[in-house]
Design a protein around this ligand. Structure first.
Ligand code: CAA
Length: 283
């Protein structure tokens, strides 16, 4: 099936990045969010990230302008029904995601493929509450979307082969590489990455090292582009905690228990870069 028009629900960090890469690959993009403020800010943020790519010689000014012209702001969710592919990239709360798919349902064309950018929630469970579990799957982008090469493809139990093949072709057209993950809590990347970040928080909590010694150790000792605490701040500590909770509950193994210090930071509203404070102070 050919995908031409793509509806992105959620104009946060991930939704904006997803709209950016689809527009750059020539897809028509409809960008929706419940927040008027987020929608108003989106073209400026995406434009700024495209400018970065122009400045680094990765794309031309014409490509930037064409990409921006491909993005239509769609404040009404009904408009998204006109898409061939819908990507839900809203906040990582399961009830909210069910609600979004339910509100979309009356407006959807028969052929539309539904996907979620969820970083950890069961695709099978999300799909089961829609009218098309066979045309539903996980499409998990990494942050920052314009830079990261990988997209995880996750089939729910009912996902059919044509849907999987269509999505694999879409990822390839974006110039990205896909990996295939089974529908288990947090899939592959976050199953490995987020417990590492949680372990770094335990390392801090137990006084084994300071924030800077932990991050320097992993940057220089394991060649990671960011230290684990810096990366936690970048992903969002609330997102990291939500993923640890999904792993802990879903796999029922104490090795996934969230570090109490991570819980405390989230309770304090110190969520990382987005609140200007996490393990580092960005103010
Ligand atoms: N949009 C477009 N381009 C961007 C960008 C953005 N938002 N952010 C960075 N870039 C580009 C820069 O322009 C630069 O481009 P060139 O290579 O063409 O020069 C390149 O990315 C590197 O950026 P910088 O030089 O500014 O900074 P850096 O070298 O420190 O790299 C980084 C920044 C790419 C974020 C790097 O630190 C990194 O790879 N960090 C790890 C990121 C990571 O692990 N992400 C996965 C998180 S897990 C996840 O996302 C899953 C989940 O569900 C939680």
């Amino acid at each position: 099936m050919e995908i031409k028009r793509v509806g992105v629900i959620g104009a946060g960090q991930m939704g904006n990045g997803i709209a950016h890469v689809f527009a750059l690959a020539g897809y028509e993009v409809l960008l929706n969010d419940v927040s008027k403020t987020a929608l108003e800010a989106a073209p400026g943020i995406i434009g700024g990230n495209l400018d970065r790519q122009v400045a680094r010689g990765r794309i031309t000014e014409e490509e930037r302008d064409r990409a921006l012209g491909q993005i239509e702001i769609a404040p009404e969710i009904a408009t998204i029904g006109a898409a061939d592919l819908v990507i839900e990239a809203a906040t990582e709360r399961e009830e909210l995601k069910h609600k979004i798919f339910a509100s979309l349902a009356p407006h959807l064309a028969e052929h539309t493929i539904l996907t979620s950018n969820t970083s950890s929630i069961s695709i099978t469970r999300l799909a089961s509450q829609t009218d098309r579990p066979e045309r539903f799957m996980g499409l998990h982008f990494m942050n920052p979307v314009p830079v990261m090469q990988l997209v995880e493809l996750i089939r729910g139990i009912a996902t059919d082969e044509p849907t999987y093949k269509t999505m694999a072709a879409v990822v390839t057209k974006l110039g990205k590489t896909y990996s295939s993950a089974e529908d288990f809590p947090a899939f592959i990347v976050n199953r490995i990455l987020v417990p590492m970040i949680n372990e770094a928080v335990y390392t801090l909590y137990e006084g084994v090292g300071t924030v800077s010694s932990i991050d320097t150790s992993m940057k220089l000792g394991a060649n990671h582009p960011m230290g684990p605490l810096e990366l936690g701040d970048f992903i969002g500590l609330d997102t990291c905690l939500a993923i640890m909770n999904v792993l802990h509950e879903g796999l029922a193994d104490t090795k996934y228990r969230p570090c109490p210090l991570l819980v405390k930071y989230v309770e304090a509203g110190w969520l990382g870069r987005k609140t200007q404070r996490g393990f580092y102070d960005y103010r």
